[in-house]
Design a binder for this molecule. Structure first.
Ligand code: 3HC
Length: 655
């Protein structure tokens, strides 16, 4: 076996007439210019060397190829271009196989699709998730995948950005084999002796026929989830084109669309989100800190929030001890958690074996002493300072000295809760968003005394739950609710100044929010914020601007959707403008002598964006948030800010 090197990232070895070409471009073997040039050089070599009968492509480490190098987007393109490398592989006179040893995503799968044979490890992740970056596959994915698996399945994968397992890829016909133990040997055995004249070249296949209704339904499903973003729509169009257009024409149209989308604002925003997610949860100086071992999780309170947290932790593979005040409440809590698991089974997200496995790891008890076994205890009880401090004092005497205490408070000061314990350094905030088993966002609150290894443990725990952890310092409402409060305040100022709630909601919904602020207030209920305002009334600065309209709504019993009336009326559940509310708004303006002015949709969006950004800047300067991109992720994942706009901080920078 002789070793060859074709570039910094591409090496090869010849064994038994097979040139095994390895892509080694850590961390994910992305298709950088050096990788593309190295692959071309390896093909040159294989073409000329009579000793090379066939080629196997594989990746070093845990990835086959993670895709095009996203960091190169936005920079001047460098030859050779990926479509040219891929076209050359497909047309190559000698057999080329892909030995898919891990993620084959985006351009990575496009390389594999052009190979003549494909084998994968069972853990391989296979997909064309480009639409998540606001683009379509740009190196043949939309044209070759439907030739292999049909238009409908290709739309489902590409427009839905669905990443599938090796076994599903085998069923669909994307890979030719799944290797349990010896992938490379299997791929080599498979290709050895393959006759060049009988190679199956994906681009030469015709697209299997399928009923138009099936295609239309898959497309409609995918586009509904895409909420008006451009890339999924274009992906559907391009995949359909594959069925009616020769390969070369389809590829040209795909490339043109890819370049147009790659250079769009939407793609820039989604790339920002991609890198923001990778940066999230990274804390300077914490890399070298070893997290504590967490296997058993105690959860005090198994109501709506606690049961969601329990399901999330069960999904993460932990053993759960739920604690309630008495046996009846414990039984109810257990039923609630089991009910959530049942729902997951009904919707196909979980199989019955998974449900049984989770229930086997769950106990719910009225005996708090059981928490002596826990490595971390999360409280999810009523958000009241006395309740929480007393609970923490009690827990402090029950749990092991090295166990962690986490509070799920939304608005209370966790430093005060921590100070009530003998070991405040083991206290951390875990602010879950409801429903906790569904929402990805988790604010990890680094309290004044939190020890570095406790913070590192909380972050590792969050990752194992599959959450997106964002570290926040201590401030009222943490990152998300503080920005949301500023947003709410500004929206109410605008109403007082002349915009109507429905105009504000319409502007925000057209911008990309699933719901405008007033519809959200009605959905969440107006009474909690009202109670808070009443508590704060005595200490409020009288010179501060205060809008009374929400108070008037509550005084009139309009607490939102659940009472059928709030900022809107809800006859038969349908959000409807209520002239009574308009009257209350006009009366409040008149009382202050405000002459209403008109707001355009653009002014509404700009004003609310500015309020969010000003608050975001304050959070950054106070050191509560570490990076602007963390603020963007909080608003996108917790408050419905459209990801296609990149979050408020990013969007403001683009305006
Ligand atoms: N280009 C550049 N950098 C990439 C990258 C890519 N395609 N994919 C991942 N990275 C970087 C990340 O930014 C991160 O960098 P950091 O360590 O500096 O923060 C590092 O690789 C590791 O990434 P993850 O933390 O995500 O690692 P995981 O092991 O959890 O996941 C993965 C690996 C499944 C490959 C995941 O990174 C992923 O999903 N990557 C993106 C896949 C993708 O979208 N590919 C399509 C790209 S566009 C394309 O191919 C266009 C083509 O059609 C022409």
């Amino acid at each position: 076996m002789s070793a060859l090197r074709f570039s910094d990232t591409i090496s090869a070895a010849l064994a038994d007439g097979i040139l095994v070409v390895t892509i080694d471009n850590a961390p994910v073997n992305a298709l950088s210019a050096d990788v593309r040039a190295g692959l071309m050089a390896a093909l040159d070599h294989a073409e000329k060397d009579g000793g090379v009968k066939s080629i196997v492509l594989t990746g070093a480490g845990n990835s086959f190829i993670g895709g095009a190098d996203i960091k190169e987007f936005g920079k001047p393109p460098v030859e050779p271009h990926l479509p040219d490398v891929i076209a050359r592989i497909e047309a190559f006179a000698k057999p080329v196989a892909a030995s898919i040893n891990g993620a084959a995503l985006g351009g990575g799968l496009e390389v594999a699709l052009a190979c003549h044979r494909r084998h994968a490890v069972p853990s391989a992740k296979i997909g064309l998730p480009e639409v998540k970056l606001g683009i379509v596959p740009g190196a043949g994915g939309t044209q070759r995948l439907p030739r292999l698996i049909g238009v409908s399945a290709a739309i489902d994968m590409i427009a839905g950005a669905r990443i599938i397992s090796a076994s599903e890829a085998l069923k669909l016909g994307i890979v030719d084999g799944v290797s349990e133990s010896a992938l490379l040997a299997d791929a080599m055995a498979d290709i050895k002796g393959l006759d060049a004249s009988s190679l199956r070249r994906t681009g030469a296949l015709s697209v299997p026929a399928a009923p138009i209704e099936t295609i239309e339904k898959t497309a409609a499903d995918a586009l509904r989830k895409a909420r008006g973003q451009n890339a999924p729509t274009e992906a559907v169009r391009l995949v359909c084109l594959a069925a009616t257009t020769p390969l070369a024409e389809g590829l040209a149209e795909e490339r043109r669309t890819f370049i147009m989308l790659r250079d769009s604002e939407e793609a820039a925003a989604l790339r920002h989100v991609f890198f923001a997610e990778r940066a999230a949860g990274k804390v300077d100086g914490l890399e070298a800190v070893t997290p504590r071992r967490i296997e058993t999780v105690g959860i005090v309170g198994t109501g709506l929030m606690g049961s969601g947290i329990a399901v999330s932790a069960l999904n993460g593979g932990y053993r759960i001890i739920g604690v309630e005040q008495n046996i009846e409440a414990a039984e109810k809590g257990r039923e609630r958690i089991a009910g959530l698991l049942d729902k997951a089974v009904q919707s196909g997200r979980l199989d019955t074996a998974g449900r049984e496995d989770r229930l086997g790891r769950l106990s719910v008890t009225a005996d708090m002493q059981q928490l002596a076994q826990a490595d971390i205890v999360i409280e999810a009880v009523f958000d009241d300072l006395t309740v929480k401090t007393e609970l923490f004092q009690r827990l402090d005497t029950i749990i092991r000295a090295d166990a962690i205490l986490a509070t799920n408070t939304s608005y209370l000061d966790p430093d005060v809760i921590a100070a009530a314990t003998a070991r405040p350094e083991r206290v951390v905030g875990l602010h879950f968003f409801s429903p906790a088993h569904i929402m990805r966002l988790l604010e990890v609150v680094d309290c004044k005394e939190t020890a570095p290894d406790v913070l590192a443990s909380a972050l590792a725990f969050a990752k194992r739950l599959g959450k997106l952890p964002i570290v926040s310092g201590v401030t009222e409402g943490f990152i998300g609710n503080r920005i949301f409060s500023a947003y709410r305040r500004e929206a109410e100022y605008m109403v007082e100044d002349g915009a109507l709630p429905q105009e504000i909601d319409a502007a925000l919904e057209a911008y990309g929010f699933p719901m405008g602020p007033f519809a959200v207030f009605d959905m969440a209920g107006l009474e909690i914020a009202w109670a808070r305002r009443k508590r704060q009334a005595a200490t409020r600065d009288p010179s501060e601007r205060y809008v009374v309209i929400a108070d008037r709504l509550c005084e009139a019993g309009r607490f939102g959707q659940k009472t059928g009336r709030g900022w809107y009326a809800y006859p038969e559940g349908k959000r409807t403008v209520d002239p009574e509310v308009t009257g209350m708004i006009e009366a409040a303006r008149a009382k202050k002598g405000i002459v209403p002015k008109r707001f355009t949709a653009e002014e509404i969006v700009a004003g609310l964006l500015k309020a969010m950004v000003d608050e975001g800047d304050a959070l950054l300067s106070e050191g509560i948030a570490a990076r602007a991109s963390d603020i963007d992720l909080v608003m996108i994942n917790g408050y419905g800010f459209p990801s296609s706009k990149g979050g408020p901080m990013f969007a403001a920078g683009r305006r």
